[in-house]
Ligand binder design. Structure first.
Ligand SMILES: C[S@@+](CC[C@H](N)C(=O)[O-])C[C@H]1O[C@@H](n2cnc3c(N)ncnc32)[C@H](O)[C@@H]1O
Length: 208
């Protein structure tokens, strides 16, 4: 079981600088940064890492869709699951810049990169072994990405919620089965749900 992030001195350096810079240079993004750093956020990313570790799937090159600040998920993928390359596709410029600061050590080493492309409009041009979307409640159903990329062979790792009280939760689901149907998964390696510390139910499916 993966139940913590490896908080190295390099990480402490990147993270403390990012918190400081965001507070003073991008104060409008500070509340969102706090929201992205809750215990529930950590729980959902540790859960994902734990299940991926159990499955022992091949995942050297990974894309994250809507990775947001990607400060929890990136070290878990690189340090725990030994992923070689993480690409975060996020349409929000603040998120991209802040995520690059959090992950500066990986970016410098060529392991982390961000893209502003909206992958629900344009095809993904690179090959990935795995595509992670832990923000499915914010987007169109994932089958749209399969339609835009007919040759896509990546393992999909998806999370969503049934919590409809937020305006930007435009695509909630009521079960893991519904989440898997939204992605038209033919092979399912994991399917489950978890009630997080914030009281919301999170669903996760892993499959193709
Ligand atoms: C609120 S955050 C993620 C919350 C989610 N609970 C999680 O832990 O991953 C949603 C992110 O998705 C991004 N986003 C929304 N629509 C997108 C799209 N079409 N393509 C890429 N990113 C998108 C937003 O910019 C934001 O950074």
């Amino acid at each position: 079981m993966v139940d913590y992030i490896k908080y190295t001195s390099e990480m402490a350096n990147d993270w403390s600088k990012t918190w400081y810079d965001t507070k003073f240079e991008r104060p409008w993004a500070f509340k969102r940064l706090l929201d992205s750093s809750t215990s529930s956020q950590m729980q959902s990313k540790l859960w994902l890492t734990t299940e991926l570790q159990k499955l022992n799937l091949y995942h050297k090159k990974v894309a994250i869709i809507g990775g947001w600040f990607a400060h929890y998920i990136t070290p878990l993928l690189i340090d725990n699951l030994k992923v070689d390359l993480v690409h975060n596709y996020d349409i929000d410029e603040d998120a991209r810049l802040i995520s690059c600061e959090f992950n500066r050590r990986y970016k410098k080493g060529g392991k982390y990169k961000v893209y502003g492309k909206n992958v629900f409009i344009d095809p993904i041009e690179e090959h990935y072994d795995m595509i992670i979307n832990t923000a499915c409640e914010h987007m169109f159903p994932m089958k749209k990405i399969k339609e835009l990329n007919p040759a896509l062979d990546a393992i999909l790792v998806l999370q969503s919620t049934s919590e409809t009280k937020y305006d930007d939760h435009i695509n909630c689901v009521s079960s893991a089965e519904e989440l898997s149907e939204q992605a038209n998964l033919k092979e399912i390696y994991f399917s489950g749900s978890k009630v997080l510390h914030n009281g919301m139910t999170r669903f996760m499916v892993i499959g193709k």
